[in-house]
Design a protein around this ligand. Structure first.
Ligand SMILES: Nc1nc2c(ncn2[C@@H]2O[C@H](COP(=O)(O)OP(=O)(O)OP(=O)(O)O)[C@@H](O)[C@H]2O)c(=O)[nH]1
Ligand SMILES: [Mg+2]
Length: 371
């Protein structure tokens, strides 16, 4: 894929934010082995209904595309089915938006059957509305007035198939949900002598959630410097004290404007969040934009209805901002976070003891309240 990136710049948007979001988009393109050939930015107060960008800009992009022989245009946002339809018609190359990219990454990475089903579901739900209106042009060329041409028929068959498949997947996912519930129950029965506390790791993508999970439980997990390394939730146990056992769950990392279809389809994966007692919100403290990312994560958590859970903020990657463990004390936690927080470095092993102390304290508070 040789891609040209296209973004709108809104009047109230800071230059810095635009640059960051384009960088993020570039990372997503790279994650599907694409090459970014350049950027086009248009200042607008709101997206155009027909083309997302202005009609004049479409023409300009068409010329650029010819010059650089790009085969794909990636839009820094979420387009409506009809905008994609009009853009592909005008530009004569593949048009992708952020939802397409994220789903493509997801479908390349997922391993478990459940996650595969969820990704397939999200893709089909994205494709279905895009099929409306498709094939009409083809039909107009072939058939006469009132008859259905071959293109339209094809789209109709595909639509029907998708609807059936969506139904099928939903049923399979329901079954998975039921099985998971059973598994959770039997896990709880197994350790009846201990109080079980469920801890979920949440946070922006690439902040070090899986690394922390590995450090805490000693179990190998997939860690990588790329967006969405983790797509399947994993749970492992860890004894916190004589009578408290932790069940730690690693989750999918978030990005800004996660498409809603995706949140929907990943709800089964994120169900563990709903069931958890404590959230560890992992933050990359070396990232200049960490605060903004914290806000993005909080927004998704509130959409999932879990933002009221006891939360411990874990500021990771301290080794990238200070040289010695003692210096982490200089990193005073932001006052706005009334909740608990700990500065750590999984890489250097800093602060892990303190973190388990804070988790223990929080767990004890919970079990006392529950008593
Ligand atoms: N310097 C430094 N790097 C770290 C630290 N913790 C994790 N990393 C690196 O950060 C990258 C991302 O780590 P992961 O554990 O995969 O992050 P994640 O949050 O699980 O990411 P996703 O699953 O993609 O959401 C990897 O390259 C890690 O080696 C740390 O304390 N210091
Ligand atoms: Mg991970």
């Amino acid at each position: 894929m040789r891609a040209l990136l296209v973004s709108l710049a809104f009047p109230n948007q800071k230059k810095e934010d635009l640059r960051e979001s384009l960088e993020e988009l570039k990372e997503l393109v790279k994650a599907v082995d694409g090459k970014v050939l350049g950027y086009v930015v248009q200042k607008r107060t709101s997206p155009d209904g027909r083309f997302y960008i202005g009609a004049g800009k479409v023409e300009e992009i068409r010329e650029i595309l010819e010059g650089i022989s790009a085969d794909t245009v990636v839009f820094n946002g979420f387009l409506s089915p009809s905008q994609i339809h009009h853009l592909e018609g005008a530009l004569k190359v593949k048009v992708l938006d952020k939802a397409d990219l994220v789903l493509e990454i997801f479908s390349r990475r997922v391993r478990s059957k459940t996650a595969k089903l969820q990704v397939e579901l999200a893709r089909l739900e994205l494709e279905l509305p895009r099929l409306y209106g498709k094939g009409k042009e083809l039909s107009r060329l072939g058939g006469g007035v009132g008859t259905r041409g071959p293109g339209e028929q094809e789209a109709e068959v595909r639509k029907r198939w998708i609807k059936r498949r969506i139904q099928q997947i939903k049923e399979e996912l329901e079954e998975v949900k039921r099985q998971r519930k059973e598994q959770r129950k039997s896990r709880e029965r197994l350790s009846a002598d201990k109080k079980l506390i469920k801890v979920a790791l949440v946070g922006y993508t690439n902040v070090g959630k899986s690394s922390l999970m590995q450090a805490l439980t000693g179990k190998e997990t997939f860690v990588a410097d790329m967006p969405f390394a983790t797509l399947d939730t994993k749970t492992s146990g860890m004894n916190l004290s004589q009578d408290i056992r932790l069940l730690i769950t690693d989750t999918v990392g978030f990005i800004r404007d996660l498409p809603h279809e995706l949140i929907e389809s990943f709800k089964a994966t994120l169900e563990e969040l709903q069931e958890s007692d404590i959230l560890l919100h992992v933050v990359d403290i070396s990232d200049r934009k960490w605060l903004e990312k914290v806000k993005v994560v909080k927004k998704v958590l509130s959409e999932l209805g879990v933002d009221e859970k006891p939360t411990i903020y874990v500021f990771n990657k301290a080794d990238k901002v200070v040289e010695k463990e003692e210096d982490t004390e200089l990193l005073t936690e932001p006052a706005f976070l009334s909740e608990k927080s700990v500065v750590i470095s999984v890489k250097k092993g800093w602060g892990l003891r303190k973190l388990t102390d804070v988790i223990r304290q929080t767990a004890e508070e919970l079990t006392e309240v529950g008593r």
